[in-house]
Design a protein around this ligand. Sequence first.
Ligand code: MTE
Ligand code: LUZ
Ligand code: MOS
Length: 807
Amino acid sequence: MNKPIAPSLLQPDEAFADYLKNTAYRIDENAEAARLKAGARVGISRPHESAHLHVAGEATYIDDLPELAGTLHCALGLSPVAHGTLRSAELDPIRALPGVVAVLTAADVPGTNDCGSIVHDDPILCDGEIRYLGQPVFAVIAETRDQARRAAAKAKDVLQIDALPPVLTPQDAHAKQQYVVPPMHLVRSTNDGGAQAAIAKAPHRLKGTFDVGGQEQFYLEGQISYAVPKENDGMHVFCSTQHPSEMQHLVAHALKLHAHHVQVECRRMGGGFGGKESQSGLFACVAAIAAKRLNRPVKLRLDRDDDFMVTGRRHCFWYDYEVGFDDEGRILGAEITMVSRAGHSADLSGPVMTRALCHFDNAYWLPDVAMHGFSGKTNTQSNTAFRGFGGPQGAIAIENILDGVARQLGRDPLAVRRANFYGTTERNVTPYLQTVTDNVIHELVDQLAAGSGYSARRAAVAAFNDTSPVLKRGIALVPLKFGISFNVKHFNQAGALVHVYNDGSILVNHGGTEMGQGLNTKVAQVVAHELGVSFEKVRVTATDTQKVANTSATAASTGADLNGKAAQDAARQIRERLAACIAGHHGGEPSAVVFANDQVQVNGRTLPFDAVVAQAYLDRVQLWSDGFYATPGLSWDREKMQGRPFYYFAYGAAVSEVLVDTLTGEWKLLRADVLHDVGRSLNPAVDVGQVEGAFIQGMGWLTTEELVWHPQTGKLTTHAPSTYKIPTANDCPPVFNVRLFEGRNAEDSIHRSKAVGEPPLLLPFSVFFAIRDAVSAVGGHRIDPPLRAPATSEAILAAITAVKAAA
Ligand code: MTE
Ligand code: LUZ
Ligand code: MOS
């Protein structure tokens, strides 16, 4: 029996049952069992390697590590003012508070007071310039966490600040031309006059502005570091981070030590979502500075509210656009200005804007296009990576435009989207001049549209709306294309270390980090597959800068692509050595030796894997190996913004149907159908989990998660779950059909799989545009609803009011 993949929360309805029978890929238990029997260890729905520990509460996060005797606790004193100059800080009264051991400021940093990852413009502790409300000014170290927090809370009483007016919005920063990195321009034209000439010549035009909010990562485990001083200037930092090597370098610079003095270790994170790519740095540095100064272990674990106040998140974007198009809705020319709220420092805002500009095309061919990206410097937290890394912000802009184009022409938005799709042999060059060679969007959208009953359901929605004055339905199908690789070329490398012990058990270490996404599970599968052993033989250990050096962040969805290949490389070398050794004993060609199911077939004999390993040990064969991988074929000219930044593209599409109450702005997601391309999945169960999680997380971004800074003080007023609403299990649609597209990566990726971490975050665009469709029904689809994202009930009601007023 073929079992539908991810029956999700409810059983699929009857229409979908047909779809399951007729199309695409599902977890096929029989096929997986047969594959397993034949020796395959990839393409198998293994549970997450720590699932049993997660559910039992036995998986250790940083705060679960046993504390060493003498451990001290740190808390940060935060600026109560958004912008200004620090005149003085009366810290002696704080030093006298119960349990306080030390209070440290920027003057106590032995090395460089900077934790900027790419641009070095990010003070660890305030250097005199107050940049945002929540900025760490001093660190209190005390015997208990409670004592440290009570003392740090006095910051508002002891800091004398000469306040200046804060710049809070991207528009404000843009008007003042203050940016954290230079403006970027990505331009492609097929005529002499460029995008503006193409727009002017086009039969129709559309012009407007659009707004998309930011998003808090809301990892369940907050930012935390535990620094333990070691002999001879050593420092061991246990840090919840996506980027141990970066933490190592930042700590070394802050302590004026070398990289070899600093060891950073992370077994797992309780979620990262981009928020621990660079921004774990400040906490690692403060804990290490304190530990070094006091020569005692120091732990710094942020309270949730402080986590909101200190760290950045997804950039909000503001857009100003103009497009020209033909009667079919084909875009002939487009010009867009994007301004992000970068916050007080550069952090990753440059690469985020680059990815935004490289995703404005989404799945569409834009012949003449001019894009301008400005990363506005504001007196707010420094914004950073968040699942999608600017890609979602770039792509939603063109989707919003195409939605408007469809309404202006009175056409179905899906028809307009299809008319603009990249071609497969022509109309296939991106604005940054990479040729799209792996386009599956036509096929994928055809399958999803047919399988989800899109046309019939659109007609049903219209019929419902004709007879329902207050409740309105809306439906939307939105596709995605997402480029895979870091847009900084040298980050696309990875290393691994595989040990085969002489009892036949295997230990794997690689440069990637586990944040719940199942990376360790996939890498262990790759190694088990390569050596032909059962899953139980392979154990993956904590990420540790002393094992694999100079690693990249686990980010840009490349974790399995890069580390999977590196681990495969290491395992292959060991297998080849074992094959040569055992063929030496039993004859035959080493290349003919087969490793499968814990057995080794050599020249007509079958030997246990463990026996082969034992023999190789006696023969003094090296049973461990390193492995390395660098993604081939990448190039990027930062000035021209041209080249091949991506190894390949991942594709997907979703249909969402919503019901909106036009009197209150409340809404419900009735049903979502997803078809997503992960190439040939390494682990279908893990991949479906990623797709479902990203869908719901992205839906939160576009609907309920609203960030509000006080317009005068610059205080983030939505800094706790009481005021910041993330989705819960209850927000999953009652019908949620998630399926993987049957296909393989056209490029030679690890077992022809595709990255899955970030791309599906774009799927819930369909929820936003379904809401927009329902709101549009209020005006008989003649008026473009001025709906911003997040489409909170308040925003929906405002858009409905505006549509009614204009109708
Ligand atoms: N899934 C879980 N459960 N937790 C996370 O923190 N982060 C996402 C995605 N999926 C995340 C997640 C982000 S932002 C990225 S870039 C990828 O996982 C990183 O992991 P990968 O490259 O191994 O897919
Ligand atoms: N580029 C990218 C990056 O595409 N994704 C990332 O997460 C990233 N991080 C740092 C620098 N460039
Ligand atoms: Mo993910 S935003 O690349 O950490």
